[in-house]
Design a protein around this ligand. Structure first.
Ligand SMILES: *Cc1c(COP(=O)(O)O)cnc(C)c1O
Length: 365
């Protein structure tokens, strides 16, 4: 390996060398509550019909580069207005990358609340843009005055707002976001990855005629393995972004499977409702523990802060009990002491709660 170092230092751009690769921990044999996945399987009859559908797929042919059938289905299921365009990505991660390739890059600034979804910042670094994180208030609400001042100072080419926000789990105030949209000089992307749980949306907002884009993903409702992200917004802008999209970025199996799954969308809506009920049950139980603060959540996860416990020891203790959550603790940051747990099935959640009890007691004692 060492023999490569000199050449790597010479040729790999410094901003790439400085990056930490996005870490996905191994989860074999663990109860996986770290990545906001839907824990529920499909009904057996639905699996049968899906597999039947896949039988007729011609994998020797390239996919439909426009994914027309899938887009028609998305337009219906997500009430995307006729005059609004749709661009699909291999996950919304790819859309965040496409947007930044189109309007970000060297000499440009990308702005988002902080803390927020890590990919906004990471892709800004990869593409050589400056990144401005607008600090949230202590309760993780969005301070519209600060956001507008930062927009004036930095003239961002692109603004991302996750609604609800990850990892803070809350919905920002709608009027605050409208203030940001009105003052932003360029595109504003409302990332609605958790829309199924929050049931709030900017879809159809009048600013979609101007600079507003609404982004969705199928990942959090239960199709993370298919990798499908959806960007909706003004058609004229999307025509430009489409030039950067690789022609076959949405493979045939994803197109067919997503179209099929969304034709039975009630299954996912019911599962989302079940997850929300479980979230509220788990939150109520956690709120009784004096060691923790539980942030309000409009998502399928809970953000916890250790106020009288060591977050590293809690995280490691849970792992020893075969429960994987996300450790967000970074001393001196807004996420100091914070842990994020995805809502699983009732059995998984009870296992998590039981493991947490024993970990907190062993730390106390
Ligand atoms: C999970 C998540 C995404 C990424 O979704 P993919 O479609 O799986 O790439 C985007 N934005 C937010 C806020 C998320 O939490």
């Amino acid at each position: 390996m060492d023999r490569h170092n000199q050449a790597i230092d010479r040729w790999v751009r410094p901003e790439i060398r400085a990056l930490q690769a996005y870490q996905v921990p191994a989860a074999d044999g663990l109860i996986k509550l770290d990545a906001m996945e839907n824990p529920y399987p499909w009904p057996e009859s639905m699996v049968t019909r899906w597999v039947d559908r896949l039988r007729s797929v011609s994998v020797n042919r390239y996919p439909d580069p426009q994914a027309r059938t899938l887009k028609d289905r998305l337009r219906t299921v997500y009430s995307i207005p006729e005059d609004v365009g749709i661009m699909l990505g291999n996950g919304s991660d790819e859309l965040i990358q496409l947007l930044q390739l189109a309007v970000g890059g060297p000499g440009r600034t990308v702005l988002a609340p902080d803390p927020s979804f890590v990919m906004y910042r990471m892709i800004a670094a990869i593409t050589g843009a400056d990144y401005v994180g607008v600090g949230l208030r202590d309760d993780f609400s969005l301070d519209v005055e600060t956001a507008i001042a930062e927009i004036r100072d930095h003239n961002p080419a692109l603004v991302f707002i996750a609604y609800p926000n990850n990892p803070t789990a809350n919905l920002f105030d709608r009027a605050a976001i409208e203030g940001v949209i009105a003052s932003a000089p360029g595109p504003v992307v409302i990332d609605e990855a958790y829309q199924a749980f929050a049931r709030q949306t900017f879809m159809g907002h009048p600013a979609m005629d101007e600079n507003l884009f609404v982004m969705r993903t199928l990942s959090k409702i239960g199709l993370a393995g298919l990798r499908l992200g959806i960007l909706t917004g003004p058609r004229a802008w999307l025509e430009q972004f489409e030039k950067i999209r690789l022609p076959y970025n949405i493979n045939t199996l994803t197109q067919v499977s997503a179209e099929f799954a969304l034709s039975e969308n009630q299954v996912f809506e019911d599962q989302a409702e079940q997850i929300c009920r479980e979230r509220d049950r788990v939150a109520q139980i956690l709120e009784k523990r004096k060691e923790l603060y539980v942030f309000p959540s409009a998502t399928n996860f809970l953000l916890l802060r250790c106020i009288a416990c060591d977050p590293e020891r809690v995280f490691e203790g849970l792992l020893r009990n075969r429960v994987l959550i996300k450790n967000l603790h970074q001393p001196g940051t807004a996420l100091e002491g914070c842990l994020r747990v995805t809502i699983g099935t009732p059995v998984e959640n009870d296992t998590f709660l039981g493991a947490l009890d024993s970990v907190l007691e062993s730390i106390d004692g």
